[in-house]
Write a protein that binds this ligand. Structure first.
Ligand code: PBG
Length: 335
């Protein structure tokens, strides 16, 4: 190394102390970036752990409300509700999905009454309600698009009428965003937001979720005729473009970590609020390794979520939401 002081640029200078690392930090994760998915079951005082998702449980409405109160105290802006419907109520037509008194609608009302400031997001898809575990209505082996949309519209309306703030169609039928948007407008539900799972892939990372909502045992075949091929990226942009044109307010990419390239492309191409879902399988992988002592849970949790911010996500649906918001509070609010 010459005495002249070469190299002039030493990238390590800014990294040498905590204060300077904080000062030049490009992205931060805060509680306001988080959406917490919650699984709901019938009953009272019920907390039923999901074995493939350590730390996650299905809870009855009263217990769910307690969790939402705690999330609100931590500054988490929104929760996403997923019902585990009684198998006796599941049928080929997904009739329970459109029942205004179904589990998810009752949960929405209880949550909004107890914590009105909390954003409530409901999934629109038929898989928690069908006897075959598919997201749509079947005729033979086919998931029939337009027939399914008729039920999705009714499902969205009962959820919005129950007080749900954000309708999140995760079914991947063609044209459902426009159909739901028109139905909401026609019903005077003009303020209800739509977060479209526009780029949702046919992924193997959803396994533990299907355990949690009780559809894994019943699902026949796979979802490749409606969810996207993991090989594709241009197709994701076409999906997003259509959903924005049909009236989506926010866009979701799913799964998360294996699809950060899609998050980045969607965010850069459209500048629309873009969310990512760190799905059940991603959570299960990290928790399994942490439980074995192979990874430091808190550190991988923070690092994995920061990656979404770096990719351009406005926020992240994550089963870590409560945990990470607690860590952020205890360590000064940002990571
Ligand atoms: C239902 C739905 C799924 C997930 C969210 N909504 C499963 C699926 O499409 O099979 C998965 C979420 C997760 O794995 O955490 N349409």
């Amino acid at each position: 190394m010459p005495a002249s002081g070469f190299p002039a640029t030493r990238m390590r200078r800014n990294r040498q102390a905590d204060w300077s690392r904080r000062l030049v930090r490009e992205n931060v994760l805060t509680a306001a970036d988080l959406i917490w998915p919650l699984f709901v079951i019938d009953g009272e005082n019920q907390v039923d752990p999901v074995p493939s998702m350590p730390g996650v449980a299905r809870r009855s409405i009263d217990e769910t409300v307690r969790m939402v109160e705690s999330a609100a105290e931590l500054g988490i802006p929104a929760v996403a509700l997923f019902p585990n419907t009684d198998p006796a109520l599941r049928d080929d037509a997904a009739s329970e999905a459109v029942n205004p008194e179904n589990l998810v609608c009752r949960t929405v009302r209880a949550v909004k009454q107890a914590v009105p400031e909390m954003g409530v997001i409901c999934d629109v898809a038929l898989d928690p309600y069908t006897s075959h575990g598919h997201d749509g209505i079947m005729r033979g082996a086919e998931i029939v698009n337009d027939l399914t949309i008729e039920t999705l519209i009714q499902q969205a309306l009962v959820q919005a009428e129950a007080g749900c703030d954000v309708i999140a169609p995760s079914d991947m039928m063609d044209g459902r965003i426009g159909a739901i948007r028109h139905a909401l407008e026609d019903s005077g539900l003009t303020k209800t937001m739509i977060m479209s799972y526009a780029a949702k892939y046919a992924s193997a990372f959803y396994g533990p979720f299907r355990d949690a909502v009780g559809s894994s045992g019943t699902l026949k075949g796979d979802k490749r005729t409606y969810q996207m091929d993991p090989a594709n990226t241009d197709e994701a942009l076409r999906e997003v473009e259509l959903d924005i044109a049909e009236g989506a307010d926010m866009i979701m990419v799913k799964p998360g970590m294996p699809y950060l390239d899609i998050v980045r492309r969607v965010h850069e191409s459209f500048g629309v609020p873009t969310f990512a879902y760190q799905v059940s399988g991603e959570y299960a992988m990290m928790m399994a390794a942490a439980e074995n002592g192979w990874l430091d849970k808190d550190r991988v949790m923070l690092e994995s979520l920061l990656a979404f911010k770096r990719a351009g996500a406005s926020g992240i649906l994550t089963y870590f939401a409560h945990d990470v918001a607690t860590t952020l509070r205890d360590t000064g609010g940002v990571a």
